[in-house]
Design a protein around this ligand. Structure first.
Ligand SMILES: [Fe+2]
Ligand SMILES: [Fe+2]
Length: 253
């Protein structure tokens, strides 16, 4: 059998109780990240080893991964048949859209503008890497065509690391490096600091923890729990595709 098979199959036999299931979700997230090591590029960034131009290009490529996050969350919301759960999911979307403040993509544009002098127009005139398109399309595909619980698993857990309190959020370590190693001022890094608060910090209850709590509440059969765990893996796999694509593009090996 091919060792390249990207399909992860996890067999539970019988359903896990809610708390144990959520622990397993994060265990699988950590296991997938360890096994797949999507962080080569992030490692160079954290060590201050990227050139300014590489850092800027990394920022531009990342734009294509996050610029339509509202669609992904919107698909999860629209696929959810449970009113009480939709009431929670809509809170998540409202935070992404930021009223009365900027949307999260707008905060990302602010980062590119303030740090690198790259405008929204310039961001949108760049061409995304095929690997980036593959990754973003995976998230859109899960959210649009699979169950809302698998959407939460791939997007909110695998992609955003929502509610994971067991370690520092990757955006936290990234923002510290952008400030300490590359001298980017904190007022340019609101995209990062806002997410650190929202995904696992003070405001996690109203954002990052919503998805995981819904998984505990509604992913209660062995079948859906197995699908959720596989979707977490897939989220990490496509993140790796994105990061490796940018890595090869910028560093060429
Ligand atoms: Fe979010
Ligand atoms: Fe966000």
């Amino acid at each position: 059998m091919s060792t390249l098979s990207p399909v992860v199959q996890i067999h539970l036999g019988k359903p896990l109780p809610p708390e144990a299931f959520l622990d397993r979700v994060y265990d699988e997230l950590h296991r997938a990240e360890k096994e797949l090591n999507p962080g080569r590029l992030a490692g160079l960034l954290l060590e201050g080893k990227l050139t300014w131009e590489q850092l800027k290009q990394y920022a531009i490529h990342m734009w294509w991964l996050i610029n339509e996050i509202q669609k992904t969350h919107g698909y999860i919301y629209q696929n959810c048949p449970i009113e009480a759960a939709r009431k929670e999911l809509i809170k998540n979307i409202i935070v992404e859209e930021g009223p009365p403040g900027p949307t999260h993509p707008e905060l990302y544009v602010e980062y590119c503008e303030k740090a690198f002098g790259v405008s929204r127009q310039e961001l949108e005139s760049t061409r995304p890497l095929a690997t980036t398109v593959a990754a973003r399309n995976h998230f859109l595909w899960v959210a649009l065509t699979k169950s809302w619980l698998e959407g939460i698993a791939a997007v909110i857990i695998g992609g955003e690391k929502g509610g994971d309190k067991s370690r520092d959020n990757p955006l936290y370590t990234m923002s510290n490096a952008l400030h300490d190693r590359y001298g980017i001022p904190w007022d340019a890094l609101r995209f990062f600091t806002v997410h650190v608060e929202l995904e696992q910090g003070e405001k996690a209850e109203e954002h990052g923890e919503i998805g995981p709590h819904l998984l505990m509440q509604y992913a209660t059969t062995a079948d859906i729990q197995e699908k959720v765990l596989a979707a977490v893996w897939d989220g990490v796999i496509v993140h790796k595709v994105f990061f490796d694509g940018v890595y090869h593009h910028l560093l060429g090996h």
